[in-house]
Ligand binder design. Sequence first.
Ligand code: CA
Length: 236
Amino acid sequence: MPESSGNLAKPTILVVEDEAPLLTLLRYNLEKQGFRVEEAADGQEALLRVAEAKPDLILLDWMLPALSGLEVCRQIRRRPATRDLPIIMVTARTEDQDAVRALDTGADDYIAKPFAMEALLARIRALLRRSGAVPVKGRLVWQDVVMDQDAHRVTRGGRALHLGPTEYRLLEFFLQHPGRVFSREQLLDAVWGRDIHVEPRTVDVHIRRLRKAVNGDGEGDVIRTVRSAGYALDVE
Ligand code: CA
């Protein structure tokens, strides 16, 4: 399992938006999620910024003064240096054919205004992951269990859970593969690492601790024991 590193450079997002209040709101939310934010208020400035320093992703408003978002997108795609730059087009128009036009012009994804911030953040993370440019962490959710990987916090039904480091990594691994059954050996490989010799029954100990931490009074067990096979994040 890829380990997270605290000193990785923050992914940079260039936000191209001519509405100042929306720009402020986007900056606030993106920075809160651990992104570095660059701004451009029109299409020309956007192209200059991209030429200066390539961001990891562009959030590109369609309706911009002078040079439209579509034209900016076209020009970015034309340059070999920026051909693969991830672009999410933001449109105030909801017609399907606008979405098609945005994608035809080279945008990787689009979102229509008004949008929910969570939906936008999910798309940004998904696109950054797909582009493979930067490792992105985020939120893992399964039923009422939520893991905030940036804040390193886990809740169940809104209640904060206190997990040891091994239990945290176990749960993280399960949340990444909900419903799948893993043998003790597979869990050892994924969570402890291949080179470390640990008795398979050590897994049982940590599963027990994980259950104790996650399952509150009256709450269902989130870990399913599969006889002679292993464990899964699943309901019985
Ligand atoms: Ca606009």
